[in-house]
Design a protein around this ligand. Sequence first.
Ligand SMILES: [Zn+2]
Length: 191
Amino acid sequence: MSDLATERYAAAAAPEALRRVQSFLNTRSAGSPPEVDLLASPASANSWLRTLQWPTRPRLTTDDLPPLYELRETLQAQVEAARTPSGSPLQPDLARHLEKLSWGMTLEEGRLVLSAEGDGWRLVAGALLGDILLAQQHELWPRLKACRNPPCSVVFYDNSKNQSRVWHNTSVCGNLVNLRAARARQRAQAT
Ligand SMILES: [Zn+2]
């Protein structure tokens, strides 16, 4: 299944395990000219949901959108905070969201599966946090990064051996930032 939210930014895609989380974060408006916020209305949010695989497909209404914006902001802040060398453990902000969610465990074809309970935004948020839980256990979570170009901050997956990538797309943001730095050096030399 393709992740249109991420593809529109030409960012390196996460493996299946983090596909939904990456897509959720890339529903935000970024880029220049800016792409639309895919969660701006229930209609666009529901068509975004259809592009990804969900255990049971939630249906979102207007009331579901504000809590999803909040969760998106919290997770985005978290991924962005990880850009600084000191890193960042999961923020207390996230704890607030956890209080409103619940999960159950089921057995599917002999395997234990954690599934989110509730409906609407709770089902979406629960599934996303469940994905993060699993990704943390497999050391995949730190590979989900926000582009180091602050106005961009598109979320990409770093599958490089030493986890050293910093741009969501080197030819887009890497070159742009290098160009700006070169111009700044030229200006500094001219004065
Ligand atoms: Zn970027």
